[in-house]
Write a protein that binds this ligand. Structure first.
Ligand SMILES: CC(=O)SCCNC(=O)CCNC(=O)[C@H](O)C(C)(C)COP(=O)(O)OP(=O)(O)OC[C@H]1O[C@@H](n2cnc3c(N)ncnc32)[C@H](O)[C@@H]1OP(=O)(O)O
Ligand SMILES: CC(C)C(=O)C(=O)O
Ligand SMILES: [Mg+2]
Length: 541
């Protein structure tokens, strides 16, 4: 029995934890994935693609944990990706067992370029595999999604045949991926009309779209797809994903919200209906965006629609004049609608626990007593250095003090640099190894951060190449918290770290050690011995 397609709203299928995690360097451990999945649940997504269960032990564990803890009754559907390969489908089914509602998403390419060069299979072989593997997934669960990879470069007649067979074999959702981000909106429209006219059983499945952003058209293409009968959109927070990323959840959701009257006409409802077109709690968008950025180390560009730092900022006099006179002269949505708060109580060095806890609650953080105490101590330290502690500062403090997500490993005990126009930048760094050894080294570098990184690398002796270093001022003013993001390369893999402090050299050291710890955890899982135990300057102070 196929599911009855839902026609009156858009199903939000979040793939931050699968396609989003395919962004180079955005690798998440199971604990981090669980933290994000919980927030996606609060945000109200309909489906969480939690990972690709067969791809690694860690991803299997992540899908299973999310299925157990987030995939509860009335919670989101939890999904795992699987190639059209029996062992992938079995792994997905096993990992999804604890979910109240699970979904297997299986896929196989349909374009000739993929068939010839990647799969090395004929069209008739792919047709048979698609049918057989959808049926295999169906033998484990009712909810099965099928994607013809590279659909948008496939020969339409062959695509129609594959889709018809997949639906006949039990696919309840048919997803059309623009895998390489190639089509324009008009072409998306033509493709979808062709599918609706030429796949006789298409009405038995929910039609879905998955758009990549290689030409910057992902959101335009997904919205066009909605106008053409698509009722599920696959998207990611902040638009992260393979290469240039996927369509951003926040863009789709806010377009459907802000332009509701326009989009209503494509649904079975009156054009002035106020009923939301998605189930998303839009006021959770901003917090989710920050969480994903913090966990993945993928910075959000300031001019990013909806969640960028400038998205609600007005710089020029004419715009400021207009907004002061009447907000809607230059704003099409309220900052509060995506969860940006306006401060009424100013938090600073004289604030107490109650004000701090109240603000945390307003920002959506419910901390246990121990975490609250840790965060409060850090808050006081920051408040001693800054006039005013903003919401962004608080968010960073909560992240730094309460996230257990980052791999445990080396810790920075002490960082000191001496530099200046007449001095050789020199860093003295003390670290504590995972075994509790205290190691100190002093190194000269091209600049203070370079000296710190050289000292850390010399102490830890895990080969790595720094490929990205970015400093962002989290808040305004000379006393702002600075966030440093680093990316390290080790062989083919990239590891990221992020940390904040009013001293950017300290933030840089902490971000570097966080990335190193992720690399260290990875090497440990592979059983690779690292060189920290070698002969070094070891001192106790
Ligand atoms: C467009 C997308 O986003 S697709 C999802 C991409 N995501 C990922 O690849 C992340 C997870 N991937 C992985 O961990 C690994 O690639 C694994 C575990 C899936 C497979 O690893 P390996 O067995 O070592 O294969 P490898 O990655 O080298 O090559 C992929 C193989 O799968 C085949 N393949 C690719 N897609 C499919 C598919 N949808 N169905 C069946 N087979 C497929 C390829 O033809 C190739 O087969 P071959 O080894 O016989 O030539
Ligand atoms: C696995 C599929 C849906 C995908 O991510 C793509 O084709 O881009
Ligand atoms: Mg994709």
């Amino acid at each position: 029995m196929n599911a009855k397609p839902e026609q009156d709203r858009v199903i939000i299928f979040d793939t931050t934890l699968r396609d989003g995690e395919q962004s180079p360097g955005a690798t998440l451990n199971p604990e981090e994935k669980l933290i994000i999945a919980r927030q996606l649940g609060v945000l109200g997504v309909d489906v969480i693609e939690a990972g690709f269960a067969v791809s690694s032990r860690g991803d299997f564990e992540a899908v299973q944990k999310i299925a157990r803890e987030v995939g509860v009754l009335n919670g989101p559907i939890i999904c795992s990706l699987a190639r059209a390969v029996r062992k992938d489908i079995e792994a997905a089914a096993e990992a999804l067992k604890p979910a109240a509602r699970g979904r297997i998403h299986t896929f196989i390419s349909t374009s000739d370029i993929h068939l010839t060069y990647q799969l090395k299979k004929t069209r008739s072989e792919v047709l048979a595999i698609a049918e057989e593997m959808v049926a295999c997934a169906k033998s484990f669960m009712e909810d099965v999604e099928f994607s013809p990879m590279d659909a948008t470069r496939s020969e339409p007649e062959f695509l129609y045949q594959v889709l018809e067979r997949a639906i006949a074999a039990g696919a309840t959702t048919i997803n059309i991926p623009d895998t390489v981000g190639y089509l324009t909106p008009k072409e998306i429209e033509k493709l979808l009309q062709g599918i609706k006219q030429n796949v006789p059983n298409i009405n038995r499945a929910i039609l879905s779209i998955h758009t990549q952003n290689d030409l910057g058209l992902a959101t335009a293409n997904a919205l066009t797809a909605i106008e053409n009968g698509v009722r599920q959109v696959e998207c990611t927070i902040n638009g992260i994903g393979e290469r240039a990323g996927n369509t951003a959840l926040e863009e789709i959701v806010m377009a459907l919200d802000v332009r509701k009257f326009y989009f209503n006409t494509y649904f079975r409802r009156s054009s002035d209906s106020q009923v939301p077109l998605t189930n998303i709690k839009t006021t959770e968008i901003y917090k989710t965006s920050r969480l994903v950025s913090n966990c993945t180390g993928m910075l959000v560009q300031p001019n990013k629609a909806i969640v960028g730092a400038n998205a609600f900022a007005h710089e020029s006099g004419i715009h400021q004049d207009g907004v002061i006179k009447h907000r809607q002269t230059y704003e099409i949505m309220e900052a509060a609608s995506v969860g940006l708060t306006e401060n009424s109580i100013v938090l600073g060095k004289h604030s107490g626990r109650n004000a701090f806890r109240t603000r945390l609650r307003e920002l959506g953080f419910e901390l246990n007593e121990a975490d609250l105490n840790k965060a409060f101590i850090r808050f006081k330290e920051v408040a001693d250095k800054k006039k005013e502690v903003s919401d962004w500062d608080i968010e960073v403090i909560v992240r730094d003090e309460t996230q257990i997500a980052v791999e445990k490993g080396f810790q920075i005990e002490h960082v000191q640099v001496s530099c200046g126009s007449c001095a050789c930048p020199t860093a003295t760094v003390t670290i504590v190894t995972p075994e509790g050894k205290i190691l100190t080294d002093a190194v000269v570098g091209a600049g203070p951060v370079d000296a710190v990184y050289k000292a850390i690398n010399h102490l830890i002796q895990i080969p790595n190449q720094l490929i990205e270093f970015a400093v962002q001022s989290v808040t305004e003013g000379i006393d702002a918290l600075g966030t440093v993001t680093v990316r390290l390369r080790y062989q083919e893999r990239i590891f990221s770290g992020q940390a904040s402090d009013t001293d950017i050299v300290v933030a840089a050291a902490c971000a570097h050690i966080q990335a190193i710890n992720r690399l260290y955890g990875y090497l440990q899982r592979l059983g690779v011995k690292v060189g920290v135990e070698k002969d070094l300057t070891v001192s106790k102070y």
